[in-house]
Design a binder for this molecule. Structure first.
Ligand SMILES: NC(=O)c1ccc[n+]([C@@H]2O[C@H](COP(=O)([O-])OP(=O)(O)OC[C@H]3O[C@@H](n4cnc5c(N)ncnc54)[C@H](OP(=O)(O)O)[C@@H]3O)[C@@H](O)[C@H]2O)c1
Length: 207
């Protein structure tokens, strides 16, 4: 599908495995050789896997999630930041989740990986303040993709096109925003500061 979209829209592609440090660096080199003016990094890739801390398979799953969702974006940011700083106007976009702020029982390491992304993003924004690099965090709610098998069919989740439209509209209307928060994610994002944390956890985990 990616090749078809690339041909239709005229963008380039490169193969990358963000859980492999060598792959990240070789992808970085290939991208920058082809696009020396590149000024945006979107660290979008991620996985979600149901976990049970009481079972033997827990550790392997947790390590896989952390390698992809935590170390992956860190590797990307490490690989591209020096180049991005050389551009007059650049942006790093990370992707966390509402689950960074209100935990889903089924996915402990995923929730924690996204909490890491939130704090990492907040922190590198502080370090890059005063440079040409803006740092933005997308905080999606449950969206109808195949992140977890079958979730694109879940009616209660936000349709992907609606998520994209609202996100693009917010990026355009709030160019200085640190976080891009569609309406649907706000109850999860702000549950703790609103004093609704326990209720939000109960609602999220009620089925
Ligand atoms: N959908 C939601 O409800 C939701 C909610 C909150 C946050 N998010 C976040 O949004 C981001 C995008 O997810 P999505 O919903 O669009 O799901 P998706 O369609 O499954 O996209 C995830 C992408 O990550 C790629 N990926 C996974 N492991 C990788 C690796 N080691 N190296 C390189 N690429 C890898 C996958 O590539 P392959 O297909 O080639 O494996 C896939 O293209 C993720 O960070 C996810 O955690 C999603």
């Amino acid at each position: 599908m990616l090749e078809r979209l690339a041909a239709a829209h005229g963008f380039g592609t490169v193969t990358i495995d963000i859980s492999d440090p060598v792959s990240v660096l070789s992808a970085r080199d290939a991208v920058l050789a082809a696009h020396p003016d590149l000024n945006v990094l979107i660290a979008m890739a991620g996985i979600i896997v149901p976990e049970d801390v009481t079972t033997a398979g827990f550790l392997d799953t947790a390590e896989r999630i952390i390698d992809t969702n935590v170390l992956g974006p860190v590797r990307l940011v490490a690989a591209f930041t020096e180049h991005l700083q050389s551009r007059p106007d650049a942006t790093i976009i990370t992707v966390s989740s509402g689950l960074a702020h209100t935990p889903l029982r089924l996915t402990p390491s995923y929730n924690a990986s996204k909490a890491f992304i939130h704090q990492f993003t907040e922190s590198i924004r502080l370090q890059l303040a005063g440079t040409s690099v803006q740092v933005i965090e997308l905080v999606p709610p449950a969206v109808r993709t195949e992140l977890m098998r079958g979730q694109s069919q879940v009616e209660a989740f936000l349709p992907l096109d609606d998520y994209i439209d609202e996100t693009m509209s917010l990026l355009a209307s709030q160019p200085g925003a640190n976080e891009i928060l569609v309406e649907r994610v706000k109850p999860l994002r702000f549950s703790e500061v609103n004093g609704a944390y326990e209720q939000a956890i109960a609602t999220l985990n009620s089925h």
